[in-house]
Write a protein that binds this ligand. Structure first.
Ligand code: TYD
Ligand code: MG
Length: 480
């Protein structure tokens, strides 16, 4: 009896609270007001000074929806019924890809553009998005009707750039327009096979009141474009800028809407540009295409393996070469570490191109299983060339580079290493080990320190493979 009473006392306020919340939500729905964060795009039920999702301050704004829309996603109450289709009855046609004529770009796309797909290309301002797309589209006009929609540059600017890049543009249509409805009606009239939108941040929809570039404008404009592309099998390339924090301005929601997301990566000051696929519904992800920015546009680098090495002849302390696998090809690159006495209470751990938490973990493994403590030292690790590596094969070379810098002992020339380091100090194999070793041998490396399970079945000419099972074994092999 006492429990029942207690239960009633507890449930009543909850019911009351839920009821009041429901009636309040109905009120919001009727008045069609939405509170949205302009930084991350999340929707909130009420205004707040700080966004509960991304923690940004003063970014929540009130939006009023156009009349007739009960929610931001449309009013479904009066929607008609649709017939469903058995999947086995759907005719699968062979995927015919539209080659862009730039093989490095085709590689990242998984073999070319899929008709009716929407590709988002992101990157910092000035990195070369417009240049690359203009070069690709100009080549594609030989086979397809293409329309280049620009909201950023004038037609004269694009014309000048095309002339500088020595492109054939007599079949390329251009349009300067920023209203998405007018863009779509022009596309519907001309019916091109490929449309480029440069850039999505400049587009606005007349149905939404917020400013161009705001989250809701970017989202609605992209949604309208994607809808059109899917319904009419029109291929689209959408260019998007990146915010200072590194996220596609407006929204991660864009990434969910499109079929493929490509990102430009580069070291500031480097002339190399890496285009990486982060999402691809029609190909592998993490595939990279490498380009060099020249006076006449972006030139592809078909064999990029050696460009990420610093090219120094003398071995230097804190530097080591490793082989990673980016997408479907192995890539040689150089890792550098600097270990220095720290004057801070919390010594610095900086990882450029690598995951920060992984560096902290590796330092703990080095202490526990390698017997080397870097407690009073600042540790900096960098990947030459501005590449970002997410795979675990760089664990062992990172530790060797750190130790080389700490002891001020250069690793011998023509030595490379790869392998994952486990928490108990074991060296674990990585995938495609043999292919990596063959690539290294092809570039003149003579010694490789690798996980035992990655040793090739047949010995490689000129490359001595040193198999290691634990971290102490690896340290001994490197610094014997
Ligand atoms: P752009 O494609 O306009 O960048 P985005 O569209 O990503 O903002 O690239 C502009 C930069 O590229 C600019 O800094 C100049 C450089 N560039 C060259 O070095 N060579 C060239 O042939 C071209 C067209 C641009
Ligand atoms: Mg541009």
């Amino acid at each position: 009896m006492t429990f029942a009473c207690l239960g009633l006392v507890v449930t009543l306020p909850i019911c009351y609270k839920e009821h009041s919340f429901l009636s309040w939500a109905c009120f919001v729905a009727k008045t069609k007001r939405v509170y949205q964060c302009t930084a991350c795009g999340s929707e909130q039920s009420k205004w707040a000074g700080q966004c509960p999702d991304c923690k940004a301050w003063n970014t929540i704004e009130e939006f009023r929806l156009p009349a007739g829309n009960a929610t931001r996603f449309g009013n479904y109450s009066g929607a008609g019924e649709q017939s469903v289709t058995r999947l086995s009855a759907v005719e699968g046609e062979a995927l015919q890809r539209q080659a862009t004529g730039i093989s490095e770009l085709d590689r990242v796309l998984g073999g070319g553009l899929v008709p009716g797909s929407v590709v988002l290309i992101g990157g910092d301002p000035g990195i070369g998005k417009s240049t690359l797309i203009l070069q690709a589209v100009a080549r594609m006009t030989e086979q397809y009707d293409c329309l280049y929609v620009t909201g950023e540059e004038s037609l004269q600017q694009i014309g000048l750039r095309a002339r500088r890049l020595e492109l054939v543009t007599d079949r390329l249509d251009c349009l300067t327009e920023t209203c998405v409805e007018r863009v779509l009606s022009t596309i519907a009239r001309n019916r091109p096979g490929l449309v480029v939108i440069d850039s999505i941040q400049t587009l606005y929809s007349a149905e939404i009141q917020s400013a161009p570039g705001s989250v809701s404008q970017v989202r609605e404009s992209a949604a309208a474009l994607v809808r059109y592309a899917k319904e009419n099998r029109c291929t689209m390339i959408i260019v998007g800028h990146v915010t200072k924090e590194g996220a596609l301005a407006g929204p991660r929601v864009l990434e969910h809407m499109v079929d493929a997301v490509l990102y430009f990566e580069s070291d500031s000051g480097s002339r190399y540009r890496i285009v990486r696929s982060f999402k691809n519904r029609f190909g592998t992800v993490n595939e990279i295409g490498v380009f060099a920015m020249t006076g006449t546009g972006l030139k592809q680098v078909s064999n990029p393996s050696a460009i990420f090495l610093s090219g120094r002849d003398e071995p230097a302390a804190g530097s080591i070469v490793t082989v990673t696998r980016e997408g479907t090809r192995p890539l040689l690159l150089e890792l550098q570490a600097l270990v220095d006495d720290s004057h801070l209470a919390n010594p610095r751990r900086v990882a450029l191109g690598l995951e920060h938490n992984r560096l902290a973990m590796l330092l703990a493994v080095l202490h526990r299983h390698g017997g080397v403590s870097l407690a009073g030292q600042d540790v900096f690790v960098n990947i030459v060339g501005g590449l970002r590596i997410a795979e675990t094969g760089t664990d062992l070379p990172v530790l060797l580079a750190i130790l080389s810098s700490f002891r001020d002992r250069p690793l011998p020339h023509h030595v490379l290493a790869f392998g994952e380091v486990g928490l108990s100090g074991e060296i674990r194999p990585v995938f495609n080990g043999e292919e990596r070793l063959r690539e290294a041998a092809g570039h003149g490396f003579t010694r490789a320190i690798v996980p035992a399970a990655n040793a090739p079945r047949r010995t490689l000419e000129k490359l001595q493979v040193i198999k290691v099972n634990t971290l102490p074994e690896a340290l001994e092999a490197a610094f014997q």
